[in-house]
Ligand binder design. Structure first.
Ligand SMILES: Nc1ncnc2c1ncn2[C@@H]1O[C@H](COP(=O)(O)OP(=O)(O)OP(=O)(O)O)[C@@H](O)[C@H]1O
Length: 301
């Protein structure tokens, strides 16, 4: 069976700019796929090509095996939120959704159901122009879900959300995947998707730098971030690890082991019955891997 989304050799040049360069990846149902990369990496251009809004220079992007423009029933096949979703500021949230629904032959009942689902029921009769950014993002999600599509494409839906909004979104995306939908969600902030995504596709300068199940990428990066251990007397532990070839620094009460995992150190502790008060794995986080792969900086963008 065709993948929910399949991107193959996708390339887009804007004059001399290679916005997307020979990109290939797949997205499957029942999973949240994080599409990650720093600003300007080519995420939006990729999603726009997937949705038939930009013509590729070469390569293809399909939904259920077909280019978006040839889908016989796009509204019920794929839902998308790009640019936070467009809306008429003078309309109420409910009317905005009703207008979209009617254009696709979808009834008002579905609109009310969705307003409830995205926690906008109480604000349904307020002008959407007065909605907070988080509310507008949620209204955009409701619009994307009107046709109950199995595939969702969301461009930076967490942009501008507060921590509470991000948490809501995380739970919501997990729920959508739990219902068997394929969810492709872009972000330039790793932390926004690292707790939600099953799979990630990381791009930089239009090219894929890594992709696959999140857990595998962490493991594949082969990092052993090191471990800090504290205790009443951890000298013996340090000596044992040093004798085993590890790089160890510290003093009697606290040592840092540069190239061992928490489990490896834990085994030595258990074997030699050493009393400790703390064991903290260091670094080796996905964040480090992400920055290393994309050349992104840790600062705000
Ligand atoms: N219509 C266009 N004309 C010319 N260059 C473009 C156009 N659209 C995008 N680009 C360029 O293509 C590159 C990729 O942009 P894109 O918006 O796809 O990146 P992005 O990863 O979505 O970044 P952001 O998170 O900032 O939106 C950038 O260098 C951008 O300036």
């Amino acid at each position: 069976m065709a993948h929910a989304i399949e991107v193959t050799g996708l390339t887009k040049h804007f004059g001399p700019v290679k916005a997307v360069d020979d990109l290939s990846f797949t997205v499957d149902e029942g999973r949240v796929t994080g599409f990650l990369g720093p600003n300007g990496a080519g995420k939006t251009t990729t999603l726009r090509m997937l949705l038939g809004l930009v013509n590729p220079t070469s390569g293809s992007a399909t939904v259920h095996g077909q280019p978006f423009v040839t889908l016989s029933d796009p509204v019920h096949t794929v839902g998308a939120v790009l640019d936070g979703g467009m809306l008429h500021p003078g309309r109420t949230g409910r009317n905005h959704l009703r207008t979209l629904a009617r254009a696709s032959g979808i009834g008002d009942r579905r609109v009310d159901e969705l307003m409830e689902l995205v926690a906008l029921r109480e604000a349904a009769n307020r002008r959407a122009g007065g909605y907070s950014l988080g509310m507008r993002q949620r209204l955009g999600l409701a619009a994307a879900l009107l046709g109950d599509p199995k595939v969702l494409v969301l461009d930076e839906p967490a942009n501008g959300l507060d921590p509470q909004g991000i948490r809501w979104l995380r739970d919501f995306l997990r729920r959508l995947a739990g219902e068997g939908r394929a969810v492709l969600v872009s972000s330039h902030v790793l932390a926004e998707v690292s707790q939600t995504a099953d799979d990630v596709v990381v791009i930089a300068k239009g090219r894929s730098v890594t992709q696959g199940p999140l857990q595998e990428i962490m493991a594949r990066s082969g990092r052993q971030g090191g471990v800090r251990v504290a205790g009443p007397d951890v000298r013996k532990l340090g000596d044992l690890l040093y004798a085993d070839g590890a790089r160890v620094s510290g003093d009697a009460h606290e040592i840092t082991v540069a190239d061992r995992t928490g489990e490896q150190v834990g085994r030595v502790i258990a074997q030699h019955q050493i009393v400790i008060s703390e064991l903290v794995p260091l670094g080796g986080s996905l964040e480090d891997v992400y920055f290393e792969l994309t050349g992104a900086t840790g600062g705000p963008s």
